[in-house]
Design a protein around this ligand. Structure first.
Ligand SMILES: Nc1ncnc2c1ncn2[C@@H]1O[C@H](COP(=O)(O)OP(=O)(O)OP(=O)(O)O)[C@@H](O)[C@H]1O
Ligand SMILES: [Mg+2]
Length: 464
């Protein structure tokens, strides 16, 4: 693998040589800079993978240099070094798109660990970019997002079988997008101008499900006050999507098998067969083969349904799809109808990439939707993400170690911190006034300022 270049910028020569020593030992090429202006120039010349830069530097400070870099060299990752306790700089750095920040004094182990993670993350995302470029020429169903190899297989199968009237069984864990695939099959088929009718086989008790699917004649059972057409009839010339087929009772399975064989149905309370022209798509998150072995699912029905199987890969096996999905959901779930899509910090995205997603894409969508609300449409950082409990957190979050890590408590703390910051801004940094505006004792405000490391807030010149 090609040697990576890291630019180290600090006006303090002892810090520079310390970092240079460490990083060269680990096999990186190191370029040095002493001012923000120099950083911007040298990044253009040497195109480093990573810039590690102090906040305080002559001419252009680290924050200003960072905002310039994000325009001139947006692909360069940046780590910012801040003095311990200056959380404003850290927050500002993250808002401007720094990968992470390191507080001084730092431990060498932590630096080398963080650098390694930046490089790994860059490798992963650049592979995704290549893949994405390759695939963009291929046909893709509009609303299904993700270009991983596993998803490309899914698209290929959809493309091959959509036009055929063959029955399709879509399998996969909950939240992997089975229903989306069913829709894609329908809208890419010759039946697209007909209806797609969806029925969840788990939602209704057996007798109601039967009436729902087959319809009924007036008076055929208690409550059947009028004649009613069933879902099979309503799906005529279109597609019927039988969701959670693994939950269907054995007697209903027998009836479904008859529909598959004859393409005819009879309403409950009638013996008049009605021809239906339907395509059947089923989905389940159960292992139907196992259900067959346990005699909970008819094997003859299984073989008829499983003519074509599309198995949806779990999200944890295609993490390279996460950035595109995040982007998709940020655009879908805006803070308000007129708001621009929120942005996400590199560090928060990294968290999303690390998580295992037991609830798959649905869980990711929920997490993004909540984060948009919690960040009020501003840049999403890991503070708005619900995984505060895993190890390494304390080490990584530096200044926030005193805040408890449950999702609820974190959200409340974030809200409290925002309120305090706003009051401090509105009061131009006058703490007595801020306490009065908040309706709390000054002593409590002082304690909170300490807890949230807001000592220097608002920075001079930036007060509202
Ligand atoms: N690849 C994807 N691209 C965009 N959105 C997706 C994708 N996969 C899933 N989603 C979204 O995630 C949510 C869950 O998807 P869907 O309902 O299709 O899952 P499912 O496999 O049917 O889950 P379950 O088994 O729990 O019913 C939906 O809002 C869907 O739009
Ligand atoms: Mg579903």
């Amino acid at each position: 693998m090609a040697q990576r270049t890291i630019l180290v910028a600090d006006d303090d020569s002892s810090i520079r040589s310390l970092l240079k020593q460490l990083l060269s030992d680990e096999g990186y090429a190191v370029v040095e800079a002493t001012t923000g202006t120099e950083v911007v120039e040298k990044v253009k010349d040497s195109n480093p993978d990573l810039v590690i830069m102090d906040v305080r530097m002559p001419e252009l400070d680290g924050i200003e240099a960072l905002s310039k870099l994000k325009v001139s060299s947006p692909k360069t990752s940046v780590l910012i070094m801040t003095a311990f306790g200056s959380s404003n700089n850290a927050i500002r750095a993250m808002e401007l798109g720094a990968f992470d920040y390191i507080t001084k004094p730092f431990e060498l182990d932590k630096i080398s660990h963080t650098v390694k993670r930046v490089i790994e993350y860059r490798d992963l995302t650049s592979e995704v970019q290549v893949l994405r470029d390759e695939i963009s020429s291929l046909v893709q169903t509009e609303r299904i997002v993700g270009n991983s190899a596993a998803m490309q297989e899914v698209y290929k199968t959809i493309g091959k079988v959509a036009k055929a009237d063959a029955t399709v069984l879509i399998t996969g864990e909950s939240g992997t997008g089975k229903e989306l695939v069913a829709e894609a099959l329908h809208y890419n088929s010759n039946r697209r101008s007909g209806p797609i009718v969806k029925v969840s086989c788990a939602a209704l008790p057996e007798t109601l499900l039967e009436a729902e699917l087959f319809g009924h004649e007036k008076g055929s059972f208690t409550g059947a006050q009028a004649q009613r057409r069933g879902r099979f009839e309503l799906a005529d010339k279109g597609t019927i999507f039988l969701d959670e087929i693994g939950e269907m009772s054995l007697p209903m399975q027998t009836k479904l098998l008859r529909v598959l064989q004859d393409r005819k149905i009879e309403r409950v309370g009638s013996s008049l067969p009605i021809k239906v022209d339907i395509r059947i798509i089923c989905a389940t998150n159960k292992d139907l083969q196992r259900q067959v072995e346990a005699q909970k699912f008819r094997d003859d029905l299984f073989y008829r349904l499983n003519v074509i199987n599309i198995n949806m890969p779990p999200l944890r096996e295609r993490k390279e799809d996460i950035p595109a999905l995040v982007e998709h959901f940020l655009a879908k779930h805006r803070y308000s109808a007129t708001a621009q899509p929120a942005a996400i910090s590199e560090e928060a995205l990294k968290r999303l990439m690390e998580y295992e997603w037991p609830g798959n894409v649905r869980e990711l969508e929920n997490v993004i939707e909540r984060a948009v609300v919690l960040s009020r449409g501003q840049i999403i950082t890991s503070r708005e993400l619900p995984f505060g409990d895993h190890e390494g957190d304390h080490e990584e979050e530096g200044e926030d170690v005193s805040v408890e890590k449950s999702y609820f408590k974190k959200s409340v703390a974030q809200f409290e911190k925002d309120l305090i910051m706003k009051a401090l801004r509105d009061a131009n940094g006058n703490r007595s006034k801020a306490a009065e505006m908040l309706g709390i004792y000054r002593r409590l405000l002082y304690a909170k300022i300490k807890e949230y490391a807001l000592e220097g807030y608002p920075p001079k010149g930036r007060a509202a």
